[in-house]
Ligand binder design. Structure first.
Ligand code: AMP
Length: 548
């Protein structure tokens, strides 16, 4: 017998309709590429998203057509999120920090019909325009006064002109909730990027789960500033969450340095933010150097890469900002786990509590996870045994878009299979998962595994260290040994031997890195993560033939 409840489709357009009706006066503040601050409300955003939907119809954008963007976090990008998906087309956010050949590959693979871009990316668009064979026109996300002249792009349109010529009279269509809404390519460090194609239903379910109190804990009392880009897995869902709960949104545009971010946090009284550790490094550095404090920040989501214990301590103890350490992937829309404490942790010592918070956290409802050994056998949740992390759930990828590599899922008797994350993790009795490594980054010394993340976390706790990355360098006797690559803080004094001594008593002797290399900067990928494969190419032979 079926239940007798309505079967209303779960659609992305329902989020902006809700935000308009129930939080119409709530503000969206954006730092524009043009330099100034722009303010309007959810009601304005909804009106312009409807104008955009009409403009897209005039441009002959049909259901399922892909519309690409090369853009920062801002209100026009938000209008595209709703205007494109809401009318049944597929919003395709492209990471503009990728190499231009990769951008061309992605636009071509996705068969983007239009690409909307912020003026910052004009040189990139000029370089790729002639090579993007499926793109009918490029749309500059600006007004007539700021339109570039004689820039050599054959089909160039102006965003504000398109909107001006379009009526806000538009009714969002009732779509099948399983239809594709959004496309994001993974920032894979090897091989070609792979497209993850979200649906309206997966997005709505992810939004419900991500907003929960033990997840990102968002409400209409929040002012949220996503530093994480809208081209990196939908800014971790924040443009959708804000509409669902009615939180004020603050978009930082292109100004992601510590000073600009801090000033915006303070001016707009931001309560919640989200970003990768490298961004917080810059912000904390600025705040520390200038003896500043956060007046309204309550929590920050840190994910995309491991949050080191020292960063967690600085935020929580020096600044009273609660850290929500989260783990996710493009393939998970992205949220998988969040390190929110349970009530029994409140009686723990601060040190023990921090240790729990430094884990990547508990699965949000909807995500099943398990760890397995090399033969696929499930491993115990004892906080010690590590294995490959597998996940499944309604917002986990089933297959990549137009994939030629076959289905990535592991089928083990379950009808739906499990997605192999490529992460190596432990899970403790409370269900807190801790990433010990990417499977390809794990260091194998004499057949034993050494977790690079723990070694990096210890290095980051040294006062002279600004950034640290640990790789497995080839070794004649042990196959691989840990090699630490360090960026010192400005004017800090630190020798390799002092760094190695710092590990004494903190890890088993055989885990201590064999050598330390000091560099001016570590290579960062397009989403701000350290590119370990690049470091392995550069320093992989460092320990061969030497006296180590
Ligand atoms: P992406 O799809 O680009 O967001 O990358 C996903 C990968 O980032 C994961 O598979 C992890 O290896 C890594 N990652 C994400 N969050 C964390 C975290 N909190 N700690 C450690 N690694 C993380």
């Amino acid at each position: 017998m079926n239940g007798l409840m309505m079967h209303k489709q779960m659609l992305i357009s329902s989020l902006i309709i809700h935000a308009d009706r129930h939080h119409g006066d709530t503000e969206i503040v954006s730092r524009r590429v043009e330099g100034d601050l722009h303010r309007y409300t959810f009601r304005d955003c909804h009106r312009r998203a409807r104008q955009l939907a009409n403009a897209l119809a005039n441009l002959d954008v049909k259901p399922s057509d892909r519309v690409g963007t090369l853009a920062w976090n801002g209100y026009r990008h938000m209008e595209l999120y709703y205007g494109v998906s809401g009318r049944g087309a597929v919003m395709h956010t492209i990471n503009p920090r990728l190499h231009e050949d990769q951008v061309v590959y992605i636009a071509d693979h996705a068969e983007d019909k239009y690409i909307f871009f912020d003026l910052t990316f004009l040189p990139l668009v000029q370089a790729i325009a002639a090579r993007c064979t499926t793109v009918k026109a490029f749309v500059a996300m600006t007004d007539r006064a700021h339109m570039p002249e004689d820039c050599g792009i054959a089909n160039l349109l102006c965003y504000e002109d398109l909107l001006e010529d379009s009526s806000p009279d538009y009714e969002w269509p009732s779509l099948d909730e399983d239809s594709a809404s959004t496309l994001c390519y993974t920032s894979g460090t090897t091989g070609n990027p792979k497209g993850v194609l979200y649906s309206h239903r997966s997005t709505l379910l992810h939004t419900f789960a991500a907003a929960l109190p033990d997840a990102l804990n968002c409400s209409s009392r929040d002012t949220i500033l996503p530093v994480v880009p809208m081209f990196h897995v939908n800014a971790w869902g924040i443009p959708y969450i804000a509409c669902m709960v009615g939180a004020k949104l603050v978009f930082p545009g292109p100004a992601l340095d510590g000073k600009s971010l801090y000033e915006l946090f303070e001016a707009e009284q931001v309560t919640l933010s989200a970003g990768v550790p490298t961004v917080w490094q810059g912000l904390l550095g600025y705040v520390e150097q200038n003896g500043l404090a956060f007046s309204n920040m309550k929590r920050t989501v840190i994910g995309g890469a491991a949050c080191s214990p020292s960063m967690l301590r600085t935020f929580q103890e020096d600044h009273g900002v609660q850290v929500l350490h989260a783990w996710g992937m493009t393939e998970l829309s992205p949220l998988g786990t969040v390190g929110t404490l349970k009530s029994r942790h409140s009686t723990m010592s601060a040190i023990d509590r921090h240790a729990v918070q430094c884990k990547q956290g508990r699965a949000v409802f909807g995500v099943d996870m398990k760890i397995v050994d090399q033969d696929g056998a499930e491993l115990p949740w004892n906080g010690q045994t590590s294995g490959e992390l597998l996940v499944r759930g309604p917002w986990v990828v089933r297959n990549y878009f137009r994939s030629e590599d076959g289905n990535p899922l592991r089928i083990d008797g379950g009808a739906h299979g499990w997605f192999p994350t490529g992460d190596v993790a432990t899970i403790d009795a409370d269900g807190f998962m801790q990433i010990t490594d990417r499977s390809k980054d794990v260091i194998k010394s004499g057949g034993e595994w050494i977790g690079s993340i723990e070694l990096e976390n210890i290095a980051m706790a040294h006062p002279a260290v600004s950034q640290a990355a640990c790789i497995g360098a080839k070794h004649a006797k042990w196959d691989e040994r840990p090699l630490l690559i360090v960026v010192r803080k400005p004017e800090a004094d630190l020798t390799g031997e002092q760094m190695r001594m710092f590990y004494e008593g903190k890890v088993a002797k055989w885990w201590i890195p064999d050598d330390v290399v000091f560099v001016d900067a570590v290579p960062l990928g397009a989403t701000g993560k350290i590119l370990k494969n690049r470091l392995r190419e550069q320093f992989g032979d460092h320990l061969l033939g030497g006296a180590h």
